[in-house]
Write a protein that binds this ligand. Structure first.
Ligand code: ADP
Length: 162
């Protein structure tokens, strides 16, 4: 049984994240999407909202579950009884960032393995921050996010939380 953790902010989940989740669900037996709860980070959606939006989005993928976590990612991964992390990478700046986090995590726990999945070219320009920026100015983000997120963004309007 290969279980992998996909940690992130997911503020909110985009079609780029969803593509990574779907591909991971075909490689691994179980995928846990883990939404980081970091009270110091300003987010548009609360952690509960972010978890609920992902749950709604992945409800038809049987081997994917969603939860939130606080504290160090490596501790959460260990509590989940696995040592595997996946992250996505769109370009060279993502690569440098992801390499730093992966190295840091293996310094904290040398059993942790981080695997990178390259963004699909159709989704490589999509980021949560770009989606929020376009939405803030009432632009159309329907191509970039799953439908539950589209509805939530409309309901949220242009007001940042915190
Ligand atoms: P972070 O956890 O760094 O705050 P996100 O929650 O936006 O960032 O993303 C979680 C993970 O998904 C990161 O590894 C990020 O590189 C990756 N990711 C974000 N957008 C995409 C995309 N469009 N395609 C593939 N991977 C992505």
């Amino acid at each position: 049984m290969k279980k992998v953790i996909y940690p992130g902010s997911f503020d909110p989940i985009t079609n780029g994240h969803l593509n990574i989740i779907k591909r991971a669900s075909q490689i691994f037996d179980e995928v846990v999407v883990a939404v980081g709860n970091n009270p110091d980070k300003k987010t548009l959606f609360s952690v509960t909202e972010r978890v609920d939006l992902i749950k709604e989005t992945v409800k038809d993928i049987s081997n994917v579950t969603v939860t939130d976590y606080s504290g160090l990612t490596v501790n959460f991964v260990r509590k989940q009884r696995t040592n595997l992390i996946i992250r996505g990478t769109r370009d060279s700046s993502d690569f440098v960032f992801e390499k730093e986090i992966a190295n840091l995590n293996s310094l904290l726990d040398d059993q942790i393995e981080t695997m990178l999945i390259f963004a699909n070219k159709d989704y490589e320009l999509i980021s949560s921050s770009m989606v929020k920026e376009i939405n803030r100015f009432n632009g159309d983000v329907s191509k970039f996010v799953p439908s539950p997120v589209l509805a939530a963004l409309k309901a949220k309007g242009s007001h940042e939380k915190n």
